[in-house]
Ligand binder design. Structure first.
Ligand code: HEC
Length: 424
């Protein structure tokens, strides 16, 4: 007869899944429990003295107890965590042959302890051979030695870095010297810096005005079309009106002639020069780079652009600067072909913001940052949605996993051999 008793109700499983663990006991009174235990290779496991080191036989998971012939109890419990030193002590008391059989039993929960057992065995053997050098060994084992060696190592590293600035083997390697690199820009608190912060769109609109009125005289912005501004800094009507102010070459027409027409939303912002040669010719040989991706193309991004635009100063004494070049500490090499272009009041903002040099530099850097990453706001919004969705799914799947496993993880199988019934 098989009698399986499962204590515990649905409510208790739920409680377990939530962290409180009720008793769920599976009791079987046939030999099948033993057979099953034998099938997973546990029936012949060594007897671990229960109750001495830990309160139960949890030196290892699995089935413990004496063999069937002895009429003992066979109990299966899931492995429980035992404090490491205690587990070791217990395992070290086992005879070597039982350690071997422990090692051979291949079920996963005890493999950790198998390793521990192996280590204990090794340590024991070596320590029993090490009688002669026990003085040196205790010196090596002592905590004072460990502490002072650590202190010495940390101290040497600290002293070396204090003297030379960095360690010889972790130093960074630069292709350029710091002077060639240019001054490193400080990092400014951009309002779009935070994980959940969008661009300041009023600033993008002002920045566009600065680009249009100042930078566009020399720099192209190839990758931005008028339609890209719609909904970002301008309305459709505004963008259309701005596009129509520019003449674009189109064609050919029915006669095979190219013709001029006013711009459309799908046209790209017009370049200031027809080609690179013209651009260089107008700028003493220097090429004003396209600004579409300049934020991504320069180390420091908007910090660098802001610093560059506001960083023009007189060259320090002794710094030779060529005719037509300008001194700027942030530019690699410190001599830049672009002169200072932003001065207080150069741009009169339509929204009334005072057009100071730093305000214009900040706005144009924000605008260029948008031009380089038009997907910026959408990316952060999608990212936030994904984080919320995936954390909810993770939480649900963890809950369901614990719920489904609660019965299996908390059961206890006890085998009671048939008692000899007294005959009357
Ligand atoms: C009079 C023409 C002119 C104007 C106006 C102008 N620039 Fe330039 N810019 C140049 C030239 C020329 C260079 C190339 C400098 C060089 O390579 O030495 C340049 C280079 C740059 C660079 C690249 C620096 C680097 O690290 O390579 C940036 C960024 C830049 N300009 C931004 C701007 C911005 C923003 C504005 C508007 C506020 C602006 N420029 C206005 C001519 C101009």
């Amino acid at each position: 007869m098989v009698e399986t008793k499962v204590e515990g109700s649905h409510g208790e499983e739920m409680a377990w899944a939530l962290g409180t663990r009720p008793h769920v006991t599976v009791t079987s009174v046939t030999q099948s429990a033993f057979n099953w235990a034998a099938a997973i290779g546990q029936a012949e496991s060594p007897r671990v003295d229960p109750g001495r080191d830990c309160d139960e036989h949890h030196g290892r998971g699995g089935v413990t107890g004496s063999s069937l012939e002895n009429g003992g109890r066979l109990a299966f419990t899931p492995p429980r965590r035992c404090p490491q030193p205690t587990a070791r002590k217990m395992l070290s008391r086992l005879p070597a042959s039982s350690l071997k059989s422990l090692r051979l039993s291949g079920n996963a929960p005890s493999s950790l302890l198998n390793n521990a057992a192996r280590n204990v065995a090794r340590v024991r053997y070596s320590s029993s051979n090490a009688g002669a050098s026990s003085g040196a060994k205790s010196f090596l084992d002592s905590r004072a030695t460990l502490a002072s060696a650590t202190l010495f190592a940390v101290g040497s590293v600290a002293w070396y870095t204090h003297l030379y600035g960095s360690l010889p083997f972790v130093g960074e390697v630069f292709a350029n010297s710091p002077a060639e690199e240019g001054l490193h820009p400080p990092s400014y608190p951009w309002s779009h810096n935070g994980w959940l912060d969008s661009f300041d769109h009023a600033s993008i609109r002002r920045g566009y005005q600065v680009y249009r009125e100042v930078c566009a005289a020399c720099h192209s912005l190839d990758r931005i079309a008028w339609r890209n501004l719609v909904g970002v800094s301008h309305t459709v009507d505004e963008a259309k009106a701005m596009a129509e102010e520019v003449e674009y070459t189109d064609g050919p027409d029915d006669q095979g002639e190219m013709f001029q027409r006013p711009g459309k939303l799908s046209d790209y912002l017009p370049p200031p020069y027809p080609n690179e040669e013209a651009a260089r010719a107008s700028n003493q040989g220097a090429l004003p780079p396209d600004l579409s991706l300049i934020i991504k193309a320069r180390h420091g991004g908007p910090d660098y652009i802001f610093s560059l635009l506001t960083g023009y100063v007189d060259p320090p004494a002794g710094f030779e600067i060529r005719e037509g070049m300008n001194y700027n500490p942030y530019f690699p090499g410190n001599a830049i072909g672009m002169a200072r272009v932003l001065f207080d009041g150069v741009v009169e903002y339509e929204d009334g913001t005072p057009g100071t040099t730093s305000q214009m530099a900040k706005d144009v850097a924000t605008f260029l940052n948008w031009a380089a990453e038009p997907e910026f706001d959408e990316r952060k919004k999608t990212g936030l949605k994904a984080v919320i969705l995936f954390s909810a799914l993770t939480a649900i799947s963890l809950y369901v996993k614990r719920f489904k496993w609660s019965v299996i993880k908390s059961r206890k199988i006890i085998y009671n051999p048939p008692a000899d019934k007294p005959h009357h």
